[in-house]
Design a protein around this ligand. Structure first.
Ligand code: GLU
Length: 725
């Protein structure tokens, strides 16, 4: 480092601690970003292209576009009418549509249209929430652990304070559920209060051949031609409070809803998205990525592929089983293809090595100053040590995670046992699912699990999990499995063990299961059910691993605070927290890209492209009516002048991830012009590293949505409600 730089650096080190984190002085020109609500006011959105006042987008003291946003079953949605009408993706409502479908009334295949509110049907299992308020509680949490150095004690105290804050926030208002989001690990915590709606109904769902056009062939791929949208409605009790489904309930009146703009947008137009991105890992060190590349991504994609293969085999020639498996196949296939995209991206970008290189430079920077060296000198080696320890158990931890949820038999035993432990605690110390108010819903999930049970599938998956455990090396043995199969060498003997589990097991009988629900851990152990006994043994080892993992996470939390601190000094900038299921804003432009050498993708697809793909058959099947309409070129007011066709999907450089599905795509005036639903294959790596070169997200154009609604099911009432007719 030269002298001038050294002086500048020393000055920075001295002044940085006095510049609060909220200072605008240090904010860089953002190039990526899922901005939390607290950061929106620091952006120059006007300069970027926004034509309305920023307070119309977000206003903590009044009504703004943010109030039209809905978190719905892990996806995002938005209110598009004053009567609680919500637009989201087809793939977000998929499970509810499947649950409402029978072979006679197959809404999944044929679509669903309610011609009036009375015809709307329950979207089972869908709960939506809207933000009521939020508060930074970092100080409240961190002051409680100021003098706590022991990691276990620190973890315990943070957990306790978090639970206390949640209980306080929920006290006195039954319609409020509170959640605390960790924004920067170990550093910033925000408490969100949400209002919940438990009565959600299906309003309009296109036929599967439109809503899922292109299937897995086109998933995570541009160009896409999928009409991935659906309409739902949130209902409340007549007094406006949140209530379970009931005929007496009335449509919810949101404070704000989005205006639909059927005029669409053009290439390079400014756009923004409000939504609930799930998880990103951009601030994680190289070792985290290495573990993802080496263990998580290959193991999960292989295991999910196996499960999909089994379901496809079993469903062949059996339409009712095919319908039963549809949602599960879709979910697993979505993950496995995303993981394969990530693996490819990691290799293509050489990301782990790049991070390693960056960390070397950071270490050199730290070592170049005595002050920094004394404070951060051991930081990177300490982080590496923790990850070394994590790596020792990573395969087994992944396996335990899958074991407890991949088969219905084991997950029932697991849930019963966990429930018996949690419900023994005072309500405010339980995990959220086991709180008194959530127990009825939890119990219902047992019924759903039983109704989805398929013995062939369950036994095959359990056998596969046993196989994985049998193949683990000597220092990763799973004791419960070893004990069970001791002396049994060949596959037939192992299958016998598994088949015995299922033979007349009370866990698979609704009445018996109901009876077990309220039992204590000891009582469950006394039943002498072979599966419960096996899971008890599994849990003993799992508990030790979990404690180790949570200890390591606690350590990493503490080390991350220092890592962020020194990185800010190094890069002379602040960072945006990784996505964590909280409401974020991202902005950008309608834009094409170059996915590979000599290839350019333009940013709009059209009906013409959909028809052309349909000639390929398979995943590209379309309703005959769609073809006829296209041939008539009857595009009405949804024709784009530029394309001379109906635009189907659009591509843009905004920063999105899973959870952003269903997010409204807004134009410069804050009007909805599309619904976000996917990312390009190259952009599956977004979760680890964003780049303007390849990070592209995909949405369905509102003109296609409206054209479909107008032509499939003639939902005039819906177009009227959207103020289109
Ligand atoms: N690729 C997904 C789909 O279209 C959704 C995107 C996501 O899971 O983040 O089904």
């Amino acid at each position: 480092m030269n002298f001038k730089k050294h002086v500048l650096f020393s000055v920075l080190v001295l002044i940085i601690p006095f510049i609060s984190l909220s200072s605008e002085v240090l904010f860089p020109r953002w190039e990526e970003g899922m901005y939390p609500l607290s950061e929106i006011k620091k952006l120059d959105l006007k300069k970027a292209g926004l034509k309305i006042d920023i307070s119309e987008v977000y206003n903590p003291n009044g009504v703004s576009l943010v109030d039209a946003l809905v978190n719905i079953g892990g996806c995002t949605g938005s209110f598009v009418s004053g009567d609680g009408l919500i637009i989201t993706n087809h793939h977000c409502s998929f499970g509810a549509v499947q649950a409402a479908s029978t072979l006679e009334n197959n809404y999944l295949e044929n679509g669903f249209v309610a011609k009036c509110k009375e015809e709307e049907i329950q979207a089972k299992g869908m709960i939506c929430k809207i933000i009521d308020s939020y508060e930074d509680v970092s100080e409240k949490i961190l002051s409680a652990v100021k003098d706590v150095t022991d990691i276990k004690e620190r973890n315990k105290t943070i957990d306790k304070v978090r639970k206390e804050l949640i209980t306080q926030a929920e006290a006195g208002d039954k319609t409020i559920r509170a959640e605390i989001a960790e924004m920067f690990e170990g550093e910033t915590y925000v408490l969100f209060k949400y209002k919940f709606f438990k009565d959600v109904r299906l309003v309009y769902v296109p036929p599967r051949s439109i809503g899922e056009f292109g299937g897995e062939s086109d998933n995570w791929v541009w160009p896409r031609h999928t009409g991935d949208f659906s309409f739902l409605r949130a209902y409340t009790a007549p007094d406006g409070s949140s209530a379970e489904y009931s005929k007496e309930n009335i449509p919810f009146k949101p404070k704000q809803y989005l205006k639909v703009n059927p005029d669409g947008v053009n290439e390079n137009d400014f756009l923004f998205i409000l939504g609930y991105p799930g998880r990103t890992y951009r601030h994680k060190p190289s070792q985290f990525l290495k573990l993802q590349e080496k263990y998580q991504l290959p193991f999960i994609s292989e295991f999910y592929d196996f499960q999909i293969e089994q379901m496809l085999k079993l469903g062949k020639g059996n339409p009712s089983l095919e319908l039963q498996f549809a949602g599960k196949i879709k979910g697993l296939a979505n993950t496995t293809k995303n993981y394969k995209g990530k693996l490819l991206g990691l290799r293509r970008l050489n990301l782990v090595n790049k991070k390693v290189e960056e960390e070397k430079q950071l270490q050199a920077f730290i070592d170049s100053s005595p002050e920094l060296k004394s404070k951060y000198g051991n930081l990177l080696p300490e982080i590496a040590n923790v990850y070394d320890d994590i790596e020792k158990n990573v395969s087994r931890s992944l396996w335990f995670g899958q074991m407890s949820r991949s088969t219905i038999l084991i997950s029932l035993a697991n849930s019963l046992l966990e429930c018996s432990v949690e419900t023994k605690k005072p309500d405010n110390e339980r995990k959220p699912a086991y709180k008194e108010q959530n127990l009825p819903q939890y119990k219902k999930s047992f019924e759903t699990a039983l109704s989805n049970f398929n013995i062939e599938f369950d036994t095959t998956i359990l056998a596969k999990l046993f196989q994985y455990a049998i193949n683990f090396n000597d220092d990763s043995r799973v004791d419960a499995v070893d004990k069970l199969i001791a002396g049994k060498e060949n596959d037939t003997q192992i299958h016998d063990v598994i088949n015995n589990f299922y033979d007349d097991n009370d866990l698979l009988n609704k009445e018996e299961l109901d009876e077990m629900f309220g039992k204590s851990y000891e009582e469950l152990a006394d039943i002498d059910n072979p599966v419960i006994n096996f899971v008890i043994q599994l849990k003993e080892q799992q508990k030790i691993l979990e404690e180790k993992n949570s200890y390591n996470e606690g350590l990493l939390d503490k080390l991350s605070v220092n890592l962020n601190e020194v990185k800010k000094i190094w890069k002379k900038t602040e960072f945006i927290p990784d996505a964590n299921n909280t409401l974020r804003l991202t902005y950008g432009y309608v834009r094409g890209y170059t996915p590979a050498d000599a290839v350019y993708y333009s940013p709009f697809t059209s009906l013409k492209g959909m028809i052309e793909k349909s000639f390929l058959g398979g995943d590209y099947h379309i309703p005959n009516e769609l073809y006829q309409l296209y041939m008539k070129k009857d595009f009405g007011k949804f024709r784009s002048k530029n394309l001379n066709d109906v635009p189907v999907a659009l591509l843009y450089n905004m920063d999105t991830t899973g959870g952003n599905s269903g997010s409204p795509i807004l134009n410069a005036n804050g009007e909805i012009i599309g619904v976000n639903y996917d990312r390009a294959y190259e952009a599956t790596i977004n979760d680890y590293a964003w780049s303007e070169d390849y990070s592209r997200s995909i949405g369905v154009d509102i003109r296609f949505v409206l054209w479909v609604v107008e032509n499939f099911g003639a939902a005039d009432n819906l177009l009227k409600e959207l103020k289109i007719n």
